[in-house]
Design a protein around this ligand. Structure first.
Ligand code: IMP
Ligand code: MG
Length: 170
């Protein structure tokens, strides 16, 4: 059985590509002449990262970090960043921001390594459930508090491979 059963595509694959292209254009404009470090928090952001990185035609280094943030527990690093971000223009590439705990944790850790700049890119933003005051610098779409899967996002690890983003109808 597919985990998307009973769900409907809310953002189609072609809409996603348009949104990602628009974000890439903004970043290219803002960072013209600069080199970037793109940090992808595993696992949900891998597809967004892969598309965005290819659309940004600027010199760039990519890296991955794996932070878990179980409900009611503090964030824990399973795989740390391996590039030196000191003096670099760093962008955290998040597929979705919900409570904001993961992002806030990651942001302060990276900030401690003295990057030249540190900004956050989010494909989707769910501000309704925010627990920590944190705003993405680039946002694809602001959405209601609805559980979504696909394009990297999962339901108990399944559904990350879907090209469209799905949610439940109400
Ligand atoms: P938070 O902002 O600390 O609550 O955590 C955000 C992370 O939770 C995201 O990077 C996703 O991995 C996951 N997440 C949040 N909302 C959803 C959703 O609707 N579907 C799938 N994963 C989600
Ligand atoms: Mg994520």
């Amino acid at each position: 059985m597919q985990v998307r059963e009973g769900m409907i595509p809310s953002i189609t694959a072609s809409e996603i590509q348009e949104i990602v292209s628009e974000i890439a254009r903004e970043i290219e404009r803002d960072y013209e002449g600069k080199e970037l470090v793109l940090i992808c928090p595993l696992k949900g952001s891998v597809l967004f990262m892969a598309d965005l990185a290819r659309k940004i035609k600027l010199p760039q280094v990519i890296d991955f970090v794996y932070v878990t943030s179980p409900k009611g527990e503090s964030c824990r690093i399973l795989r740390d960043v391996s590039v030196d971000v000191q003096g670099k223009h760093v962008l955290i590439i998040e597929e979705i921001i919900d409570a904001g705990r993961t992002l806030s944790f990651l942001k302060s850790r990276l900030q401690a390594s003295f990057p030249a700049s540190l900004k956050v890119v989010a494909l989707l933003d769910k501000p309704a459930l925010r627990q920590i005051s944190i705003q993405p610098d680039y946002v694809g779409r602001t959405i209601e508090d609805r559980f979504v899967i696909g394009y990297g996002m999962d339901s108990e690890e399944l559904g990350r491979n879907y090209s469209d983003i799905y949610n439940f109808t109400q």
